[in-house]
Design a protein around this ligand. Structure first.
Ligand code: ARG
Length: 704
């Protein structure tokens, strides 16, 4: 027996599965056998006592999980950080453990209330005492880690747990003697795995598979060369033997029903102290301020969710709930992240939600020079569709040309500094690009609830049938179209060839003639099929009136292309009297500009089609500028392309028979985009009818 090594255990006299606070307990309430539990616990106690001294804390009735002494607290030397259990079901254990520690002469530290930490279940010392691995994500809050670092004067490495089954660090992670580590990598997020790999060299990492992991192989007690656990596969035993460890298996199945095994049932009271190493926690914290219709728009949930999903944790320091529907709410939130990199990632997402740093924490945006044309500095801030401001020389300036997926370039002009969105490929040598996340804020339209476009343009929640939904969208789009036309606004239509195949061409023509369309964007195909129909009455060889393939029809679209090529282009064909009807004919006649962007599969192409894609993007961009509304009709490629260059505030309507396309486009996190899944020909015909209704005299409308 090595008396210098001590553990704490608690006999299972009151052990049972009484409630469910982890996935193992589900379906196991009162299913464990008392006798077996006692027998299994005794066996473990026996093994432990042969190699170390084991102290006992008195079990208490009503606290069945007290057997899991790993969760009593975390001990280093004569100091203990007492657990603060997340679940009420276990909080009653705290005073009993505290009493025991105090009686033994330990200095007891207690975390602030509501800052959960579950002791050695979530905090494991490197066996050489070089640092402390601390888990978070389920039972322990990240913000507890800095307290532990300080009280125990040790370096804390934070690891984020991702799999509910491995809710405590000790269920999937076990530092072993000589710098070895037994663990289940899939229980951790990517950052944590990287951190583990940085600290533990590959030859010392013993990764277990899922089968061993669910047998609690990582929930092991390591005493020198011994590794005591519930069960291990032969393979694992061999691997451990290969590096000098002897596995002692002792069945603990009754305790697995509560989500614990060997390690959980013990608390090591003697940990190696390295006096030359000191407190350090890479954890970073920042306080942010959010204002607006935080509840109504779900912004506060979004913000808190993305902090947690991003690997951080939060503390809401203040929340002022607006009293009335119009009143705004505000929140002060402390964000913590395990390291700087994670913090920057979380911060950039929060900025996009409109969060700002507190006034005394605000500083200028960081700039870095471009050193290679068309290549930005690595740490560039990537832009969103939302109006954005950057802080330069203490002043906030608005970024021009806002679009998503760009960078912000700050330049000095005679009128002072200015900021622009630019694509990566467009940055020039020596230009100053905004990097990091400091001094950037995005302005979400949250100020006036009544004036936000969402009010008039957003949609009806669940419970609306899809037919009714189409009708509602048509009503709203019709209303917008009419308003915009009368106000001299700008509507851009992005259309795919399906518009022609589904017979939507005639309706689109009505919109063009009616003055509702200010620009038409699409690919080579929509123009080819429109022209084929106009010249030959077929669309891709299908007779549009009879719906049947025409003999030799497959040549039709090539003939159409050839004809237009002979004329030199679409406007020329109209001028020469060759093209006398159709969507593109109407565009030319009604002076509605169009832009065609090419792709790899294009036949021809038409002389009008831009085959240089950078030029095509620039031309689309020119047409999208100043748009009030964009109607996207059945084209994924061109719609997404347009979506990418469109800033927030422009209303987007996406119509497609394929729900995936609609979701992709209407899900830009923007209140102004709506999608409707329906046949585009049908949609256009309903829209034209609606516009007719809207322009009829009132008596006729009400008579209908
Ligand atoms: N039923 C207990 C709980 O969910 C099991 C604790 C296991 N302990 C541990 N250190 N993993 O809290």
């Amino acid at each position: 027996m090595t008396a210098s090594i001590r553990f704490l255990m608690c006999a299972p006299s009151h052990y049972d599965v009484d409630y469910v606070i982890n996935p193992w307990m589900e379906g196991n309430i009162h299913k464990s056998s008392k006798d077996n539990a006692v027998e299994q616990w005794q066996a473990l106690y026996q093994i432990m006592s042969e190699t170390a001294a084991v102290d006992l804390v008195k079990p208490q009735s009503g606290w069945p999980d007290m057997v899991f002494t790993a969760n009593a607290g975390l001990v280093l030397g004569q100091t203990v950080v007492l657990s603060r259990f997340l679940h009420r079901e276990r909080q009653g254990e705290e005073p009993f453990f505290k009493q025991w520690f105090e009686a033994q002469g330990f200095t007891v530290h207690e975390l602030p209330k509501d800052l959960p930490f579950e002791g050695a279940g979530d905090a494991l010392f490197d066996r050489e005492g070089r640092w402390l691995w601390a888990g978070y994500g389920f039972r322990t809050e990240l913000d507890a880690h800095p307290y532990i670092a300080q009280w125990l004067d040790t370096e804390v490495l934070s690891l984020r747990l991702m799999d509910e089954r491995f809710y405590h660090l000790d269920t999937c992670f076990c530092p072993l003697a000589n710098g070895y580590l037994l663990y289940y990598p899939a229980a951790f997020d990517a950052y944590s795995n990287r951190l583990i790999e940085l600290r533990v060299p590959a030859e010392k990492r013993i990764a277990v598979n899922e089968a061993d992991a669910v047998n609690f192989a990582c929930n092991a007690v390591n005493i020198n060369h011994l590794v005591i656990m519930n069960q291990a596969s032969d393979d694992l035993k061999q691997r451990l033997a290969g590096v000098g460890f002897e596995v002692i298996e002792t069945p603990l199945t009754e305790f697995l029903k509560a989500g614990g095994a060997a390690k959980c049932l013990t608390l090591r009271l003697t940990e190696p102290i390295q006096s030359e190493l000191h407190a350090e926690a890479a954890i970073e914290s920042r306080t942010l301020y959010l204002e607006g219709h935080l509840l109504d728009l779900g912004l506060i949930n979004q913000a808190l969710d993305l902090i947690v999903e991003g690997g951080g944790s939060f503390q809401v320091l203040q929340f002022d709930l607006g009293e009335q529907r119009q009143s705004m709410s505000s929140a002060k939130v402390k964000v913590s992240a395990p390291d700087h990199e994670v913090m920057e990632k979380i911060m950039s997402q929060l900025i996009d939600l409109g969060a700002v740093a507190l006034p005394d924490e605000v500083c200028d945006a960081q700039l870095e020079s471009v050193t290679q044309t068309g290549v930005a500095p690595d740490d560039f801030y990537s832009t969103t569709i939302y109006p954005t401001e950057v802080r330069v020389n203490g002043d906030w300036i608005r970024v021009q040309n806002q679009r998503m997926d760009g960078v912000i370039v700050v330049s000095q002009t005679t009128e002072g500094p200015s900021a622009h969105c630019k694509l990566l490929r467009d940055v020039q040598l020596e230009e100053q690009v905004v990097i990091g996340v400091e001094g950037i804020r995005s302005v979400r339209k949250l100020d006036s609830r009544e004036s936000r476009p969402a009010e008039e343009f957003s949609f009806m929640g669940a419970g609306v049938s899809s037919e009714r939904r189409v009708e509602l969208v048509v009503e709203q789009v019709g209303w917008e179209f009419r308003k915009l036309r009368d106000q001299g606004g700008k509507v851009v239509v992005v259309a795919g060839p399906v518009v022609i195949h589904t017979g939507g061409g005639e309706h689109l023509i009505r919109l063009i003639r009616g003055g509702y369309v200010q620009a038409l964007l699409g690919g080579n195909a929509i123009a080819v099929h429109d022209i084929e129909q106009s010249l030959m009455g077929t669309s891709l060889g299908v007779d549009m009136n009879r719906g049947v393939s025409v003999r030799g029809g497959h040549r039709h679209h090539l003939k159409a292309i050839n004809t237009i090529r002979r004329c030199g282009g679409i406007p020329q064909a109209v001028e020469q009297g060759v093209l006398t009807s159709g969507v593109f004919y109407e565009c030319v006649r009604n002076e509605v500009p169009f832009s065609l962007a090419g792709s790899i599969r294009d036949d021809g192409p038409l002389p009008d089609t831009h085959m240089d894609l950078i030029a095509a993007q620039a031309d689309y961009d020119r047409h999208v500028k100043g748009a009030d509304m964009i109607l996207m009709l059945s084209t994924m490629l061109h719609s997404i392309g347009v979506g990418n260059m469109t800033p927030a505030g422009v209303k987007l309507v996406c119509v497609d028979i394929n729900p995936a396309v609609v979701t992709k486009l209407s899900d830009r996190g923007s209140v102004e985009s709506i999608g409707v899944v329906t046949d585009v020909g049908l949609f256009l015909s309903l829209l034209v009818k609606q516009l007719d209704r809207l322009t009829l005299p009132y008596s006729q409308v009400s008579a209908r």
